[in-house]
Structure formats: structure tokens, C-alpha cells
Design a protein. Structure first.
Length: 245
């Protein structure tokens, strides 16, 4: 195994987080760094973590909660302290194993966002952090969430900000509206993540408003995110919404 920095310089562009294909070599590479990755994210992303859990300050006692892209189960371990009945999905087997160890009472599965492995109307609350941006099609996520969440259920998610992805194109003459793979750098170069770029219209789309009522929106910047040309700009945003009856 190579040194610590090398481990984190793998591309996330080909992780099949939002399709139903079998595990790939990229998944296997991600599995090998799952524990170290988790430690690095928690250590350096306290700004977004604080903002995210402020938005999750809602009644959860006895509520069924699904975490999409649950990773190592860090968020689930905090949510269960509020009395929630926790479930989670992730594409990484290694992450699932760590999450299950942290949360033995949870129902945690390998899964993909365009085919969530739970029944219709199963959840009172659906949450997600740093996962939506990996999808080529945000609307497909909304449709699946709308299927598994109960009427009037709460959706709270944090995703990479489209402005950050626009700046990550890192060239002159870049086109905000053109979807292309961009590379974001975190933690002084220890992690490089590739994902498809998005516009805010993709997140606040007609499909979103077909299924949900927007309750709040906020944006912020993590200190661990790269500052291209020294500029300060939002690295993430958080949407809080409610499922229409």
C-alpha cells in the first residue's frame, strides 16, 4: 500500500453511487481507504457538519430515518441519539461494514440512489450529506425519495455547491451550464474528488417542486475545501424540504 497522501488521491468519478451496476474496481479502491477517509472528513469538515446538524434539529424520537450515502455511519450514530429508528445505504461494502459496527441496531445496506432497496412510504425523514453531486441525474434521486418517504415526511440534504463546481472547471471561458466532469481538491490535496457539474436549476427543478415543499435553504464554506485563486465562495448548500401529501 502506498503512502497516506497517495491513498486519498484516487478519483471518485467512477464510483457508481447512483446506478445499479455491480461493484467495480473503483469501489474496491474506495473500500481500502474507507476508515482513513472517514477520519479525514470528520476532522476537516466541521463547518458543514455543524450547519447540517443544525438543520437536522427536528423531532426524531420514534421516527424512521434513511441516510442516503451513509458512509461510515457517523451521521447515523448522531441521529440515533435523538431516538430515531435508523437505516442507511451506501455503495461501498467497507463503509457499510464500518457503519454497521458503529450502529448494530441499524438496517444498513448496499444500495444505489436510483433504486433504493426499501419499500414505498417507509420513512418519516430522509437525509444525505456530500452525495447528491455524484449523480448525473438529480431528478432520479428525487423520484426515488418521493417513493420511499411518507406524506409530509422531511427531506434534508447537503451537496456540493454549483458555484464551487463551476470554479473547479479551472479554465477561462468555462460554461456554467455545460455538464462536465470537474475535480475538487480537499484537505491540502489529500483528497481529489471528481463529479459531474450541476446547476442550481437541477436541484430546484420542476421535479423537486412536484414532490416537495422547500422549507429552507442555506449555503456555506468548509475550511477544508480548496480556495481557487484564493477566492472565498460557497462549497456546499443545504436544502430542507417536506414531501407533499
Amino acid at each position: 500500500m502506498s503512502n497516506f497522501n497517495d491513498l486519498f488521491c484516487i478519483s471518485m468519478a467512477f464510483l457508481p453511487l447512483f446506478n445499479t451496476t455491480n461493484e467495480t474496481t473503483a469501489d474496491n479502491q474506495y473500500n481500502t481507504i474507507a476508515k482513513k477517509y472517514s477520519e479525514l472528513v470528520v476532522e476537516n469538515n466541521q463547518d458543514s457538519i455543524t450547519a447540517y446538524f443544525r438543520c437536522l434539529d427536528i423531532p426524531m424520537n420514534g421516527k424512521s430515518v434513511l441516510d442516503l450515502g451513509c458512509g461510515d455511519g457517523y451521521d447515523l450514530s448522531r441521529i440515533k441519539l435523538k431516538g430515531a429508528l435508523i437505516c442507511g445505504i451506501d455503495s461501498s461494502q467497507e463503509m457499510i461494514e464500518i457503519a454497521q459496527q458503529k450502529n448494530p441496531e441499524g438496517n444498513i445496506k448496499i444500495g444505489y440512489f436510483d433504486n433504493i432497496p426499501f419499500a414505498d412510504h417507509s420513512f418519516d425523514v430522509v437525509i444525505s450529506k456530500w452525495s447528491f453531486q455524484q449523480s448525473m441525474d438529480i431528478d432520479s434521486i428525487y423520484r426515488e425519495i418521493a417513493r420511499v418517504i411518507k406524506a409530509n415526511g422531511q427531506l434534508v440534504y447537503l451537496s456540493a455547491h454549483p458555484i464551487r463546481q463551476f470554479i473547479d472547471k479551472k479554465r477561462t471561458g468555462k460554461d456554467y451550464f455545460k455538464k462536465e466532469i470537474v475535480e475538487a481538491v480537499f484537505f491540502d490535496g489529500q483528497l481529489r474528488e471528481k463529479s459531474p457539474s450541476h446547476t442550481m436549476n437541477e436541484y430546484l427543478s420542476p421535479t423537486f417542486f412536484k414532490f416537495f415543499i422547500l422549507e429552507s435553504y442555506e449555503e456555506g464554506n468548509d475550511r477544508g475545501a480548496e480556495k481557487v485563486d484564493g477566492d472565498i465562495y460557497p462549497s456546499y448548500f443545504i436544502i430542507k424540504a417536506r414531501r407533499l401529501p
